[in-house]
Each structure stands twice: as structure tokens, then as C-alpha cells.
Write a protein that binds this ligand. Structure first.
Ligand SMILES: C[C@H](O)[C@H](O)[C@@H](O)[C@@H](O)C(=O)O
Ligand SMILES: [Mg+2]
Length: 397
């Protein structure tokens, strides 16, 4: 049965948190001397916003059907992504049946392949794809997880990412992932401070709590090997995440060979498409892949990525992306838990990850979320009408 055709596509932008969750005010843990590849320049070491981690802002894609139903989604991309949606991708959507998400994805990807393939363009494609799945769910009256084959468990369990793994434990999360503060440019003193930070959190959380480290692409293989080895033996670090450049597949394969047996190497939040993740899997770069469904190509592409990983016996734990990952994670056995990004400035209180943009955004309670909380059409959230929006490039015609 044909669904109501797509009548219009709107690409809007917003600032101040939400999907571009690094776009926070001052005094937030997420911008407090976190190691990055730019930390080799002292002037860009204290704040990631100083080098532009938040320049893009949020992209909101709205897709309206002829019957007036609107599907939407938010991701990172802002005005440049809005231009790509309105001036390029929209031509593959107007007049089309939302159920044609495979053909639409194929046309969006291969029509932009000459300038896309990863990063901003795939963020834009992801935003459109997520809005399509939201529209599809609303037109069919089903939550996205039901469209993906249904939940394989009754509840989701979460680890928390933030500066306070000790608070995450008190809040009932299954683990805590902390940011790395010092990179190679700060030498052995920085390495010692990193280990001290991990040791402090291990002392506060006790020995049985998952403790992980997020390195946000900041390290080289030797530094990551030294850090991982000491953190594993001294503090039982469960995984070292995104330690080196996403382009250095060879380096990840070497790091995975180097770390102590039993320790996990994870990466993938800045990787895109089935082809990028095939490279990570076939070069044995990591134990867990972490695609962001708003950055890797959307649900349509994550389905393909996840199947590749499942066949390779690898876990898929998507990078924190609120309801857009929850509806997926609950439907896959090789996605046994999810990430929750602590967006409270002190990382010691549970607040909606994409606040203030999504009305009805569910949050974990005691580190868990019943699937029943997701049983609303589409992704089950609505755009907050109080959020200031702009439409920088209204489609011509
Ligand atoms: C905490 C990390 O530096 C990033 O800000 C975080 O968003 C990402 O790497 C994650 O895995 O959540
Ligand atoms: Mg990460």
C-alpha cells in the first residue's frame, strides 16, 4: 500500500547544545582541557571550542508528506549541511514514497560521492534518513524499533560518558567513560596525570565498575600503547576509545595487537558508511565499533554496518545519539548496551542528551530504559517549538 508522498523538505538550523552537543556554554566538563589532535598547539589545549568543535551547530531536517504528517530528525551539521539538504538532496525526496528509503539513500550517497563519502555530507544524508524513518513510523503508526524487526530485549542498559564515572556509578549506570585530558605534547608528565586521573576514578568507583577512557583521536600508537598497558594493569581499564586518527587503520590494527590481552580497543564515531566500517573490521582495528547514527549514514546504513559487524563477531555500541540509537540498539543482539552522554555541566545529573531540542526525549533511570518508553510512532519525540530555528537556504521552487 503506497504511503502519502513527500511534499516538502526543510533544513533548519539551531545553536546551543542539542544534537551539536559540544556547543555548550562555559564551565561545562565537555570543554575542559580535553585532549585532541589540536592539543599540540598550546593555544588550543584548554578548550575544544577554541579550535571550532562547535562551529557547525545543529541540523534539523523536516520531511512533510502530502497528508500533513511531518517526520524530523536532528544531527550535527548546521548551515553547511542545510545547504546540502536543500540544494542537493531534496531533489531525491520530493514526490517520493517515504518507504523507498533504500533507493533514496542510494541516490543521496552516489550523487554526492564526488564531494562527500564521510563527514559533513554523510551527516546531512544521515539527518535526511533519520527524518525519513521518523516519517515512516508516524505514517504507519509504529515506533522505529518495530520497523527494524522489533526489540530483542525488554530494556536498554547504559554506560555513561562524562567527567564523573563515580557519579555515574551512584546513578546506576553499568560503567563510566571519562575523557582524556593530556596528549603527547604534554610528555611524560601528561601521561602521569592521565594515569592519576584514571586511578582517582578507580579508587572512587571500586574495582567492579566498568571504567573506560575516551581519547578523541588525540594519541599516537606508542603513547596509546603505554597508556593502555599501565591503565589495564594498574586500574583495570575496560577499553581505550578512539585513541588515534580515524584515518590510521594501520595504527589501530597495531594498537589492538599491542594492548594487554583482555583489554578492549574501540572506535568508529568519526567513521562513516559500510565501506569505512568494513575497513575497520577487515583490518581487525578494534573489538567494538561505535558508529554515530547521525554521522555514519543514518539507520538505513547502520543496518548494513551492524550486519557486517555481527558476521565478524563484533559488538556495535553506537556513539551517543539519543533516541536515534536507542531504537536501533534494542533490536540487535550484538548491541547489548548503549551510551548515554551526560550533558549536565558537572556530569553528575541525568538530563536529556539533546536538550533542549527534543520534547519527550526519554532518559535512563538507574542506568536503564524500558523499551515501553520508546513505544510511540517514529522516534517518539517532537521538536521543541521554543527552540530558535533558522532556514538559511529555502529550496527554490
Ligand atoms: C568525551 C569525548 O571527548 C567526546 O566529547 C564524546 O562526545 C565522544 O567521544 C563520546 O564517545 O561520547
Ligand atoms: Mg568517543
Amino acid at each position: 500500500m503506497a504511503l502519502s508522498k513527500i511534499r516538502s523538505v526543510r533544513a533548519l538550523t539551531a545553536r546551543g547544545g542539542g544534537a551539536d552537543y559540544h556547543d555548550q556554554g562555559s564551565g561545562h566538563w565537555i570543554d575542559d582541557h580535553i585532549a585532541t589532535p589540536m592539543a599540540r598547539y598550546p593555544e588550543y589545549r584548554q578548550s575544544r571550542q577554541s579550535f571550532g568543535i562547535n562551529v557547525l551547530g545543529t541540523l534539523i531536517v523536516e520531511i512533510e508528506a502530502e497528508d500533513g504528517t511531518v517526520g524530523f530528525a536532528v544531527t550535527t551539521g548546521g548551515a553547511p549541511a542545510a545547504y546540502i539538504v536543500e540544494r542537493h538532496l531534496s531533489r531525491f525526496l520530493i514526490g517520493r514514497d517515504p518507504a523507498e528509503y533504500e533507493k533514496i539513500w542510494d541516490q543521496m550517497y552516489f550523487s554526492t560521492q564526488y564531494y562527500g563519502r564521510k563527514g559533513l555530507v554523510i551527516n546531512a544524508i544521515s539527518g535526511v534518513d533519520l527524518a525519513l524513518w521518523d516519517l515512516l513510523g508516524k505514517l504507519r503508526g509504529e515506533p522505529v524499533h518495530a520497523l527494524l524487526g522489533g526489540a530483542v530485549r525488554d530494556e536498554l542498559q547504559f554506560y555513561a560518558t562524562g567527567a564523573r564515572p563515580d557519579a555515574a556509578k551512584d546513578l546506576g549506570f553499568i560503567g563510566g567513560k571519562m575523557p582524556l585530558h593530556h596528549g603527547p605534547a604534554e610528555g611524560d608528565e601528561g601521561l602521569a596525570r592521565n594515569l592519576s586521573d584514571i586511578g582517582e576514578m578507580r579508587a572512587r568507583t571500586g574495582d567492579d565498575f566498568w571504567l573506560m577512557l575516551d581519547c578523541w583521536m588525540a594519541l599516537d600508537v606508542n603513547y596509546a600503547t603505554r597508556l593502555a598497558t599501565r591503565a589495564w594493569h594498574d586500574f583495570g581499564l575496560k577499553w581505550i576509545e578512539e585513541a588515534i586518527s580515524p584515518d590510521d587503520y594501520w595504527g589501530y590494527a597495531e594498537l589492538k595487537r599491542n594492548v594487554p590481552r583482555g583489554m578492549l580497543v574501540t572506535t568508529g564515531e568519526h567513521e562513516a558508511t559500510r565501506w569505512g566500517f568494513r575497513m575497520l573490521l577487515e583490518m581487525d582495528c578494534c573489538d567494538i565499533i561505535q558508529p554515530d547514527v547521525g554521522w555514519c549514514g543514518g539507520i538505513t546504513e547502520l543496518l548494513k554496518i551492524s550486519a557486517l559487524a555481527d558476521a565478524a563477531g563484533k559488538l556495535v555500541v553506537p556513539h551517543g545519539s539519543s533516541v536515534y540509537s536507542y531504537h536501533f540498539v534494542c533490536t540487535r543482539h550484538n548491541s547489548p548496551f548503549a551510551e548515554f552522554l551526560m550533558m549536565h555541566p558537572d556530569a553528575n545529573e541525568v538530563v536529556p542528551m539533546f536538550r533542549p531540542q527534543l520534547l519527550g526525549e526519554p532518559v535512563p533511570e538507574r542506568g536503564r530504559l524500558s523499551i515501553s518508553a520508546l513505544d510511540k510512532p517514529g522516534f517518539g519525540v517532537e521538536l521543541n517549538p521554543d527552540v530558535a530555528l533558522e532556514r538559511p537556504f529555502p529550496s527554490q521552487g
